[in-house]
Design a protein around this ligand. Sequence first.
Ligand code: NFE
Ligand code: MG
Length: 566
Amino acid sequence: MAKRITVDPVTRIEGHLRIDCEVENGKVSKAWSSGQMWRGIEQILQGRDPRDAWIFTQRICGVCTTVHAIASVRAVENALDLEIPLNAQYIRNLIVAAHGIHDHIVHFYQLSALDWVDITSALKADPKKAASLAQSLSDWPLNSHQIMKSTQEKLKTFVDSGQLGIFANGYWGHPAMKLSPEVNLLAAVHYLQALEVQRTANKIVSVLGSKTPHIQNLAVGGVANPINFDSQATLTLERLMLIKEAIDELGSFIYNGLLVDVAAVGSFYADWTQHGAGITDYLSVPDLPLDTAGTAFGMPGGFIKGGDLSTFQPITRFGDPCLLDGVAESNKHAWYEGSDPLHPFDGRTDPEYTDFQDDGKYSWIKAPTFHGQPAQVGPLAQVLCGLASGDHRTQAATDYFQDKVKAVLGETLPLSAFHSTIGRHGARAIRCAVLYENLKEQWQLLMDNIATGDHETFNAPSFPKGEIRGMGFHEAPRGMLSHWVVIEDGKIRNYQCVVPSTWNAAPRNAEDAPGPYEKSLLDTPVADPELPLEILRTVHSFDPCISCAIHLHDTEEQSVVSVKAV
Ligand code: NFE
Ligand code: MG
């Protein structure tokens, strides 16, 4: 008989996600993904000045803090057909790339590693062995015996005092945990070091954006960063050199820490390349525009059907008609009025709460589709599109990752292995390296452009009478983000955000087809329904963000097992 598991809330994510599964014969046979909060930011924007929208939308999320600001100004600029100065593109790109690096590092170490790494087992490790294993895999200078030993002692102090602090409440000792004590110690050491590295990435965002989270330097038409090397109040050479120093520091950790750790964890858990594929129609958008109109990009995007790279269709510019016409959202299984899919320009977000109905409405998340079908978005989608398009940076980072896999596993992973729970982690680490290579390039492009004497950062917008429409897209850390705005007489009439976690955490759509989380969970083995670590592994591999996806609580207890997961 099927046993029902409710994981509510799923934690180590942003926002409030509930996952329900039916488990039969030790495997998931049905799954439901449910967003459990509603915020209504799209409604708040109606009637407002489109130049202010980015300030509001950015508050959708405190994790991907910059992305809704970027997508918003791009949507309004697209409606106005307004190009922005080159310096403004480069400054935005530096922020976007540094933010993405920050986000990917946080996700692997702080938000998901503890699904694979048993911190308590690290106490049993031989620090010398841990150091020599680490040194055999990378040149990271902070892998010494001394560091392994002192970190282990720090962990012991936590445990002896009965307070695991940030490591409390893990599934320690779970039978699905398979790493040796030495690998667990190594991962624990890098977990703590990653906290420092994140700060370096955020330094870049805050120097250019005035603060983080939630940058302050955007404007419809460009950025509010005056460039003047003679004034300390503006973007000076000194600040640009500070940014360069931070960029260099990031590169060292990404190549010697993140890529190596993900390759090692992925190799030790290579069986997880057999689970979690779910929906293999992949959608991504290009990003890091290289010209004033957004017709050339540093990172490619597009659509891949059924996991087959030969089907790749590129998306090549802001306003690409394939994307413009292809997106719709259905509320058939979401707690909003209506059911038939609507294009975002006509989209509605009018709440209509029922209780959790397995075959009816059961989530605050809408179900987006691309030309009628659900799609998986995220780093895996972008990396596969990068490989399919022949992007040399994506290929180089993938090759580097595969070399590290080979060092641990003895062989590389076939591309088909990437359609999986582990594949999403691998792709995110690869994308982080691609972002880093682009970050370096964007810094140089900005320096070179300023050196030509161009100091422009802003083109003033002007709003016509009558109706205009625009779509802004951005490849956010969790995947393709799009904002859609309808402006009438200079005021917002409709505003819809179709967000990465909305795509991936979607409930069933108008045709009752499951969303990506739901489909990826089918057939996942669950050793112990009371401790559903395997469900968390696959859900966390998408890097869920429910604040983004929805932009109350079920009081009806229908479950056999209800778990507060960590
Ligand atoms: Ni709140 Fe977000 C990203 C966006 S996710 S994290 O990346 O947009 O859906
Ligand atoms: Mg929305």
